[in-house]
Design a protein around this ligand. Structure first.
Ligand code: TXA
Ligand code: MG
Length: 322
């Protein structure tokens, strides 16, 4: 198992030696390596068992550092960066040659973000290179939001996990790129569509069914528990699946007819932010229970609710019921 600790110096030493370290961010934990090192990057793909066509996000501590490895920052990108960085926003920007092609899966643009987590920002400031870091989970599984989640799945493959507590946002960053100058959201995430539109005006949200390698973040089946997941009206679904052992991902109240020990509540406060924070841990918890099927309640499609809905939809894949 990996060592879990707060030693930034140790993390720094390991990363400089070409090793991988799990790092906390406000969204989810990342599996980090030197973004300028082809070898470290290949190791990330291999530890995650991630297909090489699915590119990585590069993390930096400030805009000046980002300018070292991207070609230019369009005006709207600058506006978004000013508003939301450090924070759960990733921008797709033209890359310089210093970023190996393996990072971007051969694409001309690199995904970039400044995360909002004090430990990781201090680590990034202390390093002479940016960090490539996908979510620290095996490819296709639920993203980790605690050091323990990382240790359970990748602990025997990495030496160190920087312990930054439970992630405060709990859902991955929103990915924004520009096509012929027009802003496009490639992945819904921690910053809502509404918040982005307040800064740069109307944006298009890429269709979630896309499976094109141009936008691999939109792979349909993703963020999945091992158990089958169905999203919809819980009382209806309970009736429909009464012959199976059911677990329920409830929103703000437990459902009758199902033992509460087979239910996990996302947001006792009914706040969507709280639901996002708890989503991935709740899915992991349900995945461990002796049940056949997870039933998930629908969430409102506003604010971060839209990203929660997107993750549930991908976790459910073709078992989604509108
Ligand atoms: O919140 C986050 O973004 C977290 C934390 C660790 O920063 N990272 C994360 O990384 O979610 P990952 O690798 O699990 O998801 C990043 C997604 C990928 O699925 C990929 O499709 C997309 O970003 N992506 C990365 N680079 C891209 C590029 N150059 N063009 C298009 N999509 C890209
Ligand atoms: Mg991921």
């Amino acid at each position: 198992m990996a060592t879990i600790g707060l030693d930034i110096l140790q993390a720094q030493r390991l990363l400089k030696a070409g090793e991988l370290v799990a790092i906390p961010t406000e969204t989810v934990y990342g599996l980090a390596g030197n973004a300028y090192s082809e070898e470290a990057v290949l190791r990330i793909f291999s530890v995650k068992q991630r297909p090489s066509f699915d590119p990585l996000i590069v993390h930096a501590s400030c805009i000046e550092r980002i300018e070292d490895f991207v070609k230019d920052l369009p005006t709207e990108a600058q506006q978004l960066a000013q508003h939301f960085w450090p924070g759960p926003l990733t921008l797709l920007l033209k890359k310089q040659a210093s970023i190996p092609d393996t990072v971007t899966a051969g694409l001309p643009r690199v995904a970039v973000r400044i995360p909002s987590h004090q430990l990781t920002l201090r680590l990034l400031q202390a390093l002479p290179f940016p960090l490539a870091a996908p979510s620290a989970n095996p490819f296709g599984y639920i993203s980790p939001t605690t050091p323990q989640h990382v240790n359970n799945q990748l602990g025997n493959q990495i030496p160190y996990i920087l312990a930054g507590g439970a992630c405060s946002i709990g859902i991955e960053s929103t990915i924004v790129g520009f096509e012929q100058g027009k802003p496009m959201i490639y992945r819904l995430g921690g910053i809502s569509v509404e918040a982005i539109e307040q800064v740069i005006g109307p944006v298009t949200v890429a269709d979630y069914t896309t499976t094109s390698p141009q936008a691999p973040g939109t792979l349909v089946r993703h963020y999945s528990p091992q158990k089958r997941l169905v999203v919809g009206d819980i009382p209806e679904l309970i009736k429909q699946y009464s012959h199976q052992r059911i677990g329920v991902l409830a929103f703000d109240q437990y459902h009758t007819n199902i033992d509460p020990k087979y239910q996990v509540m996302l947001a006792p406060s009914a706040r969507l932010e709280e639901a996002a924070q708890n989503l991935f841990a709740a899915l992991r918890q349900l995945d461990q229970l002796p049940i056949d099927l997870i039933l998930a309640a629908r969430v409102p499609h506003t604010g971060i609710g839209r990203a929660i809905h997107d993750r549930l939809r991908r976790a459910a894949s073709n078992n989604f019921i509108e």
